[in-house]
Structure formats: C-alpha cells, structure tokens
Design a protein around this ligand. Structure first.
Ligand SMILES: [Ca+2]
Length: 205
C-alpha cells in the first residue's frame, strides 16, 4: 500500500507541475523586463525633454523575474508629464478580467513630484472604453511588486499601460522611478485554474 501511495503522490506532483507550466499566463507586452537593453516597443508618449528622460538602466532589476535591466523615468522639468507607455497589438484583448502587475522603486522625488500607473481598454479603432483606475501615488523606497485586476468592457480589442512621472508647477520639482517586470494578461494567474483537480479525480479512481 505504501508504494502505491507513493506512486499516487508522485503522479499527483507531476500533474501539478504539468498544470503549472501549462497555466503560465502569456504576457501581452513586449520587452516587459527591459532585458533587450533598449526601450522599444515601449515609447515616451509625453513630456520628453532635456530634463525629462526615460532610459534603460543596469544592473538594477525588479524582484519578480530574473534579469539585470529596468526602465528609469527621470523628470526634472517643472509642470511636466513624463510618460512611458506600451499599447498591445490589435486583437490582443477581449472583454473580461485583465490581470496586471509591475515592480517599482522610487528614485529622487521632490517638491510635488508624484508617480501614477494607468491601464486602458481600447476598442478596435483605439478609443478608450475602460480603465483600471488611477493607481498611485506610488513611493516605494525599495523594489516592490504591485498587482491587481480590472474588468474590460464589451468591444475591448487591446490595451495600453502607461507609467506617469508628473512634476509640480514649481522649480525644483522632481519625479523619478525605476520600472520593471510589467505584465498584462487575461488568463487566470498561475495556480488558480481547476484543471489540477480533474487530474486528481482521475488518479483517485
Ligand atoms: Ca528587468
């Protein structure tokens, strides 16, 4: 009996492992950890200037995934909305739950500089038809993983996620942040799907 039980537990463990691997949610974003060493397909969509830049930095890396690179938003221009964004491809989204996560680590901030994240659901012609709500103001002193979900409405076709480092309308206002391991997907997070239980039931017969 003992050996049968061990066979069962071994098979169960293998079933769980297989299920976990097959459940890995595909990320809709390209270069999500900035490990290519360049920003693309991320783009600076607002506020770029001599005193407001987004660069890929190394060797600092967010805790969620291995790597050596991150994006660094550095805004030293007053009353300026420096924004880094990525829009997923046409047809990559659908109505339903959208899961998001990202790692953040605050850089120098002063005199009204703040940091927000926004995620938009868009229809096939790019109009914004839903959103995850304004997230922030974020001020994590050390690398911190943030995650959540929102419901994409009918006619959702694709998404945009953007990281915003706006400054206040005073000289000396600074907003800066390191960003890494950004994920946007519509599959259940790893470990939530119930296919594993079907395997257990089979094995129990
Ligand atoms: Ca990285």
């Amino acid at each position: 009996m003992k050996s049968l039980r061990n066979v069962f537990l071994g098979a169960l463990a293998m079933g769980c492992m297989t299920a976990t691997v097959s459940m890995a949610a595909p990320n809709l974003l390209g270069n999500p950890g900035f490990e290519t060493g360049v920003l693309a397909p991320w783009a600076i969509v607002g506020g770029a200037g001599p005193n407001a830049t987004v660069t890929v930095g190394s060797p600092d890396n967010g805790p969620t995934l291995p790597g050596t690179h991150h994006a660094f938003l550095s805004n030293h221009a007053e009353a300026n909305g420096l924004t880094l964004a990525q829009t997923t491809g046409l047809g990559t989204g659908a109505p339903g739950t959208v899961f998001y996560s990202y790692d953040l680590k605050t850089g120098p901030t002063a005199n009204g500089g703040v940091f927000f994240v926004e995620i938009f659901a868009q229809n096939a012609v790019g109009a914004v038809i839903g959103n995850a709500g304004l997230q922030g103001n974020y001020t994590p002193a050390n690398w911190t993983h943030f995650s959540g979900s929102f419901n994409a409405p009918a006619n959702t076709d694709h998404f945009t996620i953007q990281f915003e480092a706006p400054t206040g309308a005073v000289i000396g206002s600074i907003s800066s942040m390191e960003v890494d391991n950004v994920s946007l997907n519509q599959n259940l997070p790893v470990g939530v799907k119930n296919t594993t239980w079907g395997r257990i039931k089979q094995l129990n017969r």
